[in-house]
Structures are given as C-alpha cells and as structure tokens.
Design a protein around this ligand. Structure first.
Ligand SMILES: Nc1ncnc2c1ncn2[C@@H]1O[C@H](COP(=O)(O)OP(=O)(O)OP(=O)(O)O)[C@@H](O)[C@H]1O
Ligand SMILES: [Mg+2]
Length: 272
C-alpha cells in the first residue's frame, strides 16, 4: 500500500521580472508504507521541490499530492494537524535546522510538548532519553547545546527530534551528504533500525547511489522534473532501463563503496 502518492505534479516558479522556471514536469511517484523509498537525481533536478510539495510549503500548479488519502495542498485544519505530526522532515544540514540556543532536552522534547504526547515533564524527559538512546546518544547529553556535538551526532539529534512525535512518514533531504563516510554509515543504520522497529515509512533523497543501494528498497530516479523510472533498488541499480540512470551510476566515484566504507571504518578503528 502506498502511504504517499504524487500524480502528474507540475510546478513552475515564477517571480516578478524573471523568466518562469519549470521545475516539476509531471511527477508521478509513490512511497510504499513501511519501506524506505529513495529519490535520486542530479543537482537541480527537482528533488527538494518535491519535498516542499509534500510538506505543504508550496502548492503544485496541477496534479495531486496525497498522504494516506489526504490531499495535502487542500488539507483543512484537522487534516493539517495530522500532517503536522505524522510527516516529519530531516534536513541535509543539522547545524542550520537545530536552534543553537536550545538544549538537547528541549530540541528533542519540543514536539512532545507541542503535541501533548507526555503527561508531565518527567515523562517527557524519559521519552527524550529513550529517543537519544535509540540514536546512539545518552542521558548525559540532555543539557548540552548543538554546537558541542559533531556533525554526525547533530544529525542524530535531528532524527531523534523528528521521531519524537511518532511520525509515520519521515522525509529526509540528503540527510547524510554533509557527513563523512564512516559517520554516514552510523546515521544510515539509525534510519534503517527505525524503519524496521517502528514500521516507519521513509522518503530518502540522495544523490549518492551507493547510499541508496544500502538503505532503499525502492528507488525513483528524477531527471529535469520528470521521474524517469521507479522500481526495486536492486533491479533499477543493476539493470537501469533508462539512459540517465546509467549515467548517474557511471558517475559514482568509488567503484565498490561498501568495501571502501568497510576499509575506511577499519582504518579509523585502527587509528582511534
Ligand atoms: N523559489 C524558487 N524560485 C525559482 N527557482 C527555484 C526556486 N526553488 C528552486 N528553484 C529552481 O528549481 C530547480 C530545482 O531545484 P531543487 O531545489 O528542487 O533541486 P534539487 O534536485 O533538490 O537539487 P540539489 O540536489 O542541488 O539539492 C533548480 O533549477 C532551482 O534553481
Ligand atoms: Mg535539494
């Protein structure tokens, strides 16, 4: 069953005195419930614009964007409240998405407070500690501020924050692109665990096909605002039916990324 569906979505950005930019040109794709769906394509192909449509930040010119039967652009108050809690976003850069003046307890606990998911502050704190543990951090981190963490740890805080409201759909816009390879693996593992343990549905935007191969069961490939193919990652990445996917695959710089990753990890362990 698909939890999220985009059908023939068109979007052109127009600003006064500027040439209109056609960004989405009939996007049709879906995200299967309980699975990780990858969305890949080169820079400027329209990936973030798709996310903006899903988050209700822009409206499509035509076509439909639906989540669990709710038409996102026309959602009324009650439905919007559901979307606000059930659909969460994780950005590429955790530094700019986390308020530097808030402690980890407040950052991760904010949604619990807003959506009244805990009876009192003690229960809220327990839940935050539970989330921190799930992403590989701990109770000791509660009173720390984002700047005192590494990039990978910050991204795990951002994930804990998104998960705090028990979302059903997690939309990740290049969540590991700003991280180095060994840390990428940790963050990807957290996402994979959450998908398995909580039955979370994840839409995972990336341009690194090695990362997609590692975590996504399905992948959609976007080129200039059009989905050129969507299917099981295994078959799309091993026998791409579209020339553009083949070109993307050829652009992957490391011939055997999982191996390279294992080697990098081994080097780090040795060095540490
Ligand atoms: N508000 C806007 N006004 C005008 N053009 C825009 C606007 N937002 C995005 N664009 C253009 O739309 C195109 C697609 O942008 P988008 O951010 O969706 O790409 P992307 O696939 O996410 O790229 P990247 O991998 O670099 O993040 C780009 O050419 C971009 O310049
Ligand atoms: Mg983008």
């Amino acid at each position: 069953m698909s939890l999220l569906e985009l059908k023939d979505v068109h979007k052109t950005y127009s600003a006064l005195g500027r040439e209109p930019v056609k960004v989405l040109d009939g996007v049709t794709m879906h995200a299967e419930a309980g699975q990780i769906t990858g969305l890949v394509g080169e820079s400027g192909s329209g990936k973030t614009t798709i996310i903006r449509n899903i988050m209700g930040l822009v409206k499509p010119d035509s076509g439909s964007v639906t989540y669990d039967g709710i038409d996102i652009p026309s959602a009324k108050r009650e439905a919007q409240r559901r979307l606000h809690r059930e659909v969460q976003l994780v950005f590429q850069d955790p530094t700019s998405s986390l308020n530097p003046r808030m402690t980890v307890l407040d950052l991760v606990g904010e949604g619990i407070l807003v959506h009244k998911l805990a009876k009192n502050s003690a229960e809220r704190k327990d839940r935050v500690v539970e989330l921190l543990t799930a992403v590989g951090l701990s109770e000791r981190d509660l009173d720390r501020y984002p700047r005192s963490f590494s990039g990978g740890q910050r991204q795990r805080i951002a994930i804990a924050r998104a998960l705090a409201v028990r979302p059903k759909l997690l939309v990740c816009d290049e969540p590991v692109s700003s991280l180095d390879v060994s840390v990428q693996a940790q963050v990807l593992n957290v996402l994979k665990d959450m998908q398995e343990q909580m039955g979370l549905t994840i839409l995972f935007v990336a341009h690194d096909l090695a990362v997609v191969r590692q975590v996504c069961s399905t992948v959609a490939v976007i080129k200039s605002g059009v989905i050129v193919e969507q299917g099981p990652s295994e078959s799309v990445l091993s026998e791409p039916s579209h020339e553009y996917t083949r070109a993307l695959l050829e652009a992957v710089p490391v011939p055997d990324p999982p191996q390279a990753r294992v080697r990098a990890q081994a080097r780090l362990t040795k060095a540490g």
